[in-house]
Design a binder for this molecule. Structure first.
Ligand SMILES: [Cu+2]
Length: 154
């Protein structure tokens, strides 16, 4: 049994050394909140980890903002909404991470141009040990995306 475990472990190390398995991490239902030049905005999506290893989202980049960060919104003890930058977010093997208003989101700080409904932006996601994922994200009206109750809040 012990020998079997050692072989299993060695096999897992070998697989992880060979890079992504299966379909990697896939993004779905992605959209971006409209915004104005020099203002902020956010992108939301569903990230599915199709691998049998935990994967960490380490960050994102885009040329439509001065800075792009992973944030987590939460309601503080005083009832106000706050956002905290995340250095990484883990997606367990086979699990789905939902980035949505009031929770995790990709924050765009200092937009380089106005983003109106119907525009598209390019966003690249960076993962720990897995290939980057580049998305063409449509800009949508948050009110059409079920954002009620969270108006203006990423
Ligand atoms: Cu934020």
């Amino acid at each position: 049994m012990k020998r079997f475990l050692v072989i299993l472990l060695a096999g897992m190390l070998l697989l992880s050394a060979c890079g992504p398995k299966g379909e990697g991490v896939q993004a779905g239902n992605f959209w971006m909140r409209s915004g104005l030049k020099d203002g902020n905005s956010a992108t939301y999506m569903m990230l599915t980890n199709f691998t049998d290893s935990d994967v960490a989202l380490l960050g994102a980049s885009s040329d439509v903002a001065a800075a792009v960060e992973i944030h987590l919104s939460s309601v503080g003890a005083d009832g106000t909404m706050k956002m905290e930058k995340q250095d990484s977010v883990g997606i367990p093997a086979g699990a789905v991470l939902e980035l949505k208003p009031g929770s995790y989101h990709i924050m765009f700080i200092g937009l380089t141009k106005d983003l109106a409904v119907g525009d598209e932006i390019t966003l690249t996601l960076h993962f720990d040990g897995y290939d980057d994922l580049t998305l063409t994200v449509p800009v949508k009206d948050a009110a059409d995306m079920g954002g009620s109750g969270m108006e203006g809040m990423p």
